[in-house]
Design a protein around this ligand. Sequence first.
Ligand code: PRX
Length: 635
Amino acid sequence: MKIQTFDQYQEAYRQSVEDPENFWAEIAQEFQWRKPWKRVLQWNFDEPSIKWFEGGKLNITENCLDRHLKDRADQPAIIWEPNDPSEPTVTLTYQMLYDQVCRFANVLKRNGAKKGDRICIYMPMVPELAVAVLACARIGAIHSVVFGGFSARSIADRINDAECSIVVTSDGAVRGNKVIPMKDTVDDALIACPSVKRVIVLTQTRSAVSMIKGRDVWWETEMKQVTSECPAEEMDAEDMLFILYTSGSTGKPKGVVHTCGGYMVFTAYTFQNVFQYELGDVHFCTADIGWITGHSYIVYGPLANGATTLLFEGVPTWPDAGRFWDIVDKHKVNILYTAPTAIRSLMSFGTEPVEGKDLSSLKVLGSVGEPINEEAWHWYDDNIGKNRCPIVDTWWQTETGGILISPIAGITKTKPTYATLPLPGVQPILVDENGVEIEGNGVSGNLCMKFPWPGILRTTYGDHERCRQTYFSTYKGLYFTGDGCLRDEDGYYRITGRVDDVLNVSGHRIGTAEVENAINMHTGVVESAVVGYPHDIKGQGIYAYVITESDTAHEEDLIRRDILATVSRIIGPIAKPDKIQFVRGLPKTRSGKIMRRILRKIAEGDTKNLGDTSTLLDPNVVEDIKQGVLIEAKA
Ligand code: PRX
């Protein structure tokens, strides 16, 4: 299934469009199935109903673990680099990972978990996080990993939406020189989570935590009670594998659902091809397993290929801005997959942290999560890849499960800032506001997909109608990505950013409505409107316009800090506004709709070209906002 030349890519692409079922069936056959599927694909985008390899029986962990034991039991599956570089690295071979996963799967069973149960995982970037994820999959429980930066309230919302019965967490986490109290946060969340019967706590920081009798158990104690024998649960290809919550344009995050068969085939195929992984290579994806990038390209994609995947606990700038390069040097990393925001942040330290580091093991560089600007692309190419490593700018989403548009390393000619061409099986289409296809090259429009690929989301947990409305109703018969896109004269795609009310802050997806709801919860706030603005490092920053009651007792600066604290508590620190401007009114149409276009322009510092303001209920509001003194929010 590995593409080795551009001709082969074109041939695979042609086949995948002309005969998608046979194309994917051939790829799927390379995996271990207990029973063959009855039909390769059944779909319609109206309901939507999408089924790949239905009737096929498998367990993804047999494909990620068991089948590698014969040939590579002693090969490293996971290399773990701790936060503190003076502490030892941990290497788990395929045999060791298999044993740990089976043991923890038995622990889950011992604590009442069974097929179909939902399990929330809220953990730092330690090998046990990958173990917990795979152990759920082993027994057919559905994992819902929640990123460690989310607040108690966000955890509770996610647990309640999926009615999780078990939470797996750790006492604390270390990131840079900070200690983060994970268990305390979980305890706060659980006050409002009646479905949770058990909490399994890993000892990581040895900080003091409360352990509630009858509910909380220690990971280490439990692991001693079980054996490393755990037969894998037989799953249908279309049984749920996991839920991952992501933000949309409305207030409440939605649980994107992926299923076992299609997701496995798609992540494995894209991993091998995009990165041109060769056996023995060390793959370092710097994302957190709490996001889709970590699910697909730290855990499932690499392990399904028998790869060695590096898991890093810390942050790129601690103890200094050379940390990534030290890791590349130390572990002889061959593939580095990171986000533009990390590149821009490291770029700001100059090339000194790169000097003296041996980066000669690198073969392929990857970028993901947000548009990469030209300057960052070249810095990455010149200073890290030394102009000899292809850069794969991979465009995809939580909902797509894996990469859809990307160069194939060393095979597709790259062009800075372009995600280039669709992978085999991916059929992009650009449409205008009315859903009319924009054909030809040198055009731009809204990016949609007209045919399913095996990794596409199947539903949003507990609310199928929301899935239909969000992705499949804007343009009939199409999956709408929410992104704007340009197709240049060569037919190359360049993603220009979201066209809906979703922000991309440091590669994290945040809904403006979500932030507004959090700000509005602060006492004294009457109304708010949140927009994104260009930010040198984060890509986009969060700009909040806030109306407060006139008689609040606190001065503006304190209210500003209070609002930040409220947002941190309601969502998490990642959603804190970068700038807060207090205003007396918001620009609204006569029907009461906020004109975000105007607010965006002002936030960008462009107060001259505000366009037509005549339809506003009160055009004076805009003048007021323009005059308003902008004081940067203090974190
Ligand atoms: O706007 C696109 C942007 O990130 C969004 C998806 O976010 P999320 O579901 O959190 O997944 C991020 C990791 C896959 C997309 O709608 N995005 C992602 N990759 C790129 C990108 N924008 C431009 N170029 C990319 N390579």
